[in-house]
Design a protein around this ligand. Structure first.
Ligand SMILES: Nc1ncnc2c1ncn2[C@@H]1O[C@H](COP(=O)(O)OP(=O)(O)OP(=O)(O)O)[C@@H](O)[C@H]1O
Ligand SMILES: [Mg+2]
Length: 283
């Protein structure tokens, strides 16, 4: 599946590199970089410092599990990564391009985004839901078909579901369609905000295995928010621990487990039940 079926003027740096057939050049490059990123929400009751001075580089092809307290700024940080929220101060870079200099509508179409629960368009069938972004991005008809079938295969859904509407699907199937939709435009970066929070444990396990396989096969960079330390350990190549808007630790699961940076991280990993780490994403 070609990653470069966009018009050239709609491409950002990784697509232009991929078009030249040198995707290896992306290895070692930061896919996402936060430079003194802060987000303050101002309200009647004063300012809320949702994200406090985050500095971090996330390398291309990392599977980052974002974990921390509720209200700790995880969703805010994720949404600043695709420009849905603009930082109050500081800069976010996507493959070395400053988001402040980018066309954010185009960027959001290029970064996959999947969130918890059913966020499918209820009046569109499965095929129309998955092809939504490729259509907006001006893919040709055969490329749209190819993208849909590729994405459907990645999430393990049968093509007999293409004409069904969201209300005719199970929760797990809806979640898979949501992920297929996020993958359909062949993103280099996939953002997932508690994508498996609303499904039962068996479906959750199966979705975890699926996303691990997609990660390994597609060469993506993934930022994935979870509340579940076990899920974080199982999927992450890195854990990004935040608390009250501040970065606590960014390290491999093994390192976080063996040398937690502080008492907050220590208390978080004390809930971890497995040993050793049965990682699904080891390359
Ligand atoms: N639009 C907004 N206006 C005002 N405050 C907001 C807004 N969005 C988030 N906040 C506040 O910013 C802080 C961080 O919120 P955020 O949604 O990023 O946390 P989170 O880590 O994703 O939490 P959760 O785990 O519960 O989803 C919280 O205190 C929240 O109440
Ligand atoms: Mg959140």
């Amino acid at each position: 599946m070609s990653r470069t079926n966009l018009r050239h003027d709609a491409m950002s740096q990784p697509e232009k590199i991929a078009e030249r057939g040198i995707t290896d050049a992306l290895n070692g490059m930061p896919a996402v970089r936060y430079d003194h990123v802060c987000k303050i929400y101002s309200g009647a009751e004063g300012d809320i410092h949702a994200v406090r001075d985050i500095n971090l580089s996330i390398a291309h092809r990392e599977f980052v599990m974002l974990i921390g307290n509720s209200g700790g700024g995880k969703t805010t940080l994720l949404k600043m990564t695709n420009g849905l929220i603009v930082p109050t101060s500081g800069d976010v870079y996507y493959y070395s391009e400053n988001l402040r200099d980018m066309n954010l509508v185009q960027l959001r179409r290029r970064i996959g985004y999947a969130i918890q629960g059913s966020v499918l368009f209820p009046h569109l069938d499965v095929e129309q839901n998955i092809s939504f972004v490729p259509r907006l991005s001006g893919f040709a008809k055969d490329q749209i078909e190819e993208s849909v079938m590729h994405a459907l295969g990645l999430v393990g859904l049968d093509s007999s579901l293409l004409r069904k509407f969201p209300h005719e699907l199970s929760g797990g199937q809806q979640q898979r369609v949501g992920i297929a939709r996020a993958l359909a435009a062949n993103p280099f970066v996939l953002l997932m905000d508690e994508p498996f929070g609303a499904v039962d444990e068996i479906t959750r396990r199966s979705l975890q295995e699926q996303i691990a396989r997609i990660y390994l096969e597609e060469g993506l960079t993934i930022l994935f928010v979870t509340h579940d330390i076990n899920e974080a350990m199982r999927l992450g190549t890195k854990l990004l621990v935040v608390n009250d808007g501040s970065l606590q630790q960014y390290a491999s699961p093994e390192e976080v487990l063996e040398t937690p940076a502080n008492s907050y991280v220590q208390s978080l990993v004390s809930e971890y039940q497995g040993a050793p780490i049965p990682s699904l994403t080891k390359r």
